[in-house]
Design a protein around this ligand. Structure first.
Ligand code: B12
Length: 283
């Protein structure tokens, strides 16, 4: 699709070329690899874009199957099923380049983790596949977040899961998303007692602490942990909480004034808001 040029060498696009470019942009933003869709006829691109509107997230595997163009998610699942670490790492890297860091986290890694959970539950993959995928994702996120961490003067976010919460990937995803937004992330890992989390937050003069709650949803000890954490944190350090089990602890989170963040997109806007200097109150 070579555009013509004017005498002053500016590109001149036809209506069809402009339509193709915007369709390609829309489709790749929804997780399709540019390598797979760039050569499709415009009719096929329109069809894909229409279907992309109707479906989202985990439906994208089915969508790719019907349209004949595999999505990044699709390719990741294939790599997990064949326990191919190099292939999985390669798809994630490609997705990072094409979708950007936030796109990678929100449109590929997060749906991939959910898909793995579903496939594991229905017996399509085994615990070995799940462990394999978690390990590759953990290493990938560690590397991916590195270049964004630690600029001087960046606000600090301490990320962990509280005692009893051993699922770690939600915390890792939140940490990687924050690091990508320019926050300095102190990542403490999973299942940490309240006193330890509060100590680290005070030592690093954190602006906020982010906790991920995934499973179980009915841990009677967690209310005490969260209350202790709130009591040990200075009031200027905000507590942000996310993860699939978060709604189950709504009452205690409300009581301790924690900010409940429903997904990574909302985390981005919450963190951006926190970075803005507080408005001076006129007296
Ligand atoms: C990996 C994994 C494991 C690994 C964990 C390894 C590790 N170190 O993390 C292992 C194998 C240990 C494991 C064990 C178990 N697991 Co498990 N596991 C998973 C899997 C595949 C991913 C877990 C994960 O980290 N998810 C967390 C994130 C990625 O997802 P999320 O909570 O929806 O969060 C999203 C947002 O809320 C946001 N977010 C998350 N945290 C935060 C935090 C902040 C601050 C913000 C802003 C946003 C945010 O980001 C995510 C992206 O969209 C999930 C599948 C799934 N759907 O999550 C099952 C899953 C959580 N496990 C499940 C189960 C049942 C178990 C076991 C009981 C299995 C068993 N029979 O032994 C045990 C329990 C162990 C225990 N004592 O807790 C179920 C839970 C079902 C339920 N009732 O809630 C799930 C959902 C699988 C399924 N579909 O059935 N598991």
């Amino acid at each position: 699709m070579e555009p013509q040029r004017t005498v002053t060498n500016r590109r001149l696009y036809s209506d069809e070329q402009i339509e193709r470019l915007s369709l390609l942009r829309e489709i790749t933003q929804r997780g399709h690899s540019i390598g797979h869709v760039a050569k499709l006829q415009t009719d096929k691109l329109r069809e894909l874009a229409r279907e992309s509107h109707r479906t989202s997230g985990q439906d994208s595997i089915a969508l790719a199957a019907t349209a004949g163009a595999p999505t990044f998610l699709d390719e990741c699942v294939t790599a997990v099923k064949s326990l191919d670490a190099r292939a999985l790492d390669e798809v994630l890297k490609r997705a990072a380049v094409e979708l950007g860091a936030q796109g990678l986290l929100q449109r590929v890694v997060a749906p991939l983790v959910h898909t793995i959970g579903d496939l594991w539950r229905d017996g399509s993959i085994t615990a070995a596949h799940e462990h394999f995928a978690s390990a590759v994702i953990r290493i990938f996120l560690g590397h991916a977040a590195k270049p964004f961490t630690g600029t001087d003067g960046a606000p600090v976010l301490v990320v962990a899961t509280p005692a009893g919460q051993i699922h770690e990937l939600g915390a890792l995803l939140a940490g990687a998303a924050a690091a990508n937004l320019g926050w300095h992330v102190t990542y403490l890992g999973a299942s940490l007692p309240a006193a330890e989390i509060a100590g680290a937050a005070r030592q690093n003069r954190a602006r906020a602490v982010a906790l991920s709650l995934v499973y179980p949803e009915d841990d009677a000890r967690l209310e005490g942990e969260l209350t202790r954490l709130h009591e040990s944190l200075p009031p200027e350090i905000l507590l942000l909480v996310g993860g699939r089990a978060m709604p189950a602890y709504h009452d205690v989170l409300e009581k301790i004034g924690a900010t409940q963040v429903k997904d990574l997109a909302q985390l981005s806007s919450t963190l951006d808001q926190l970075r803005k200097p507080a408005k001076k109150v006129k007296r």
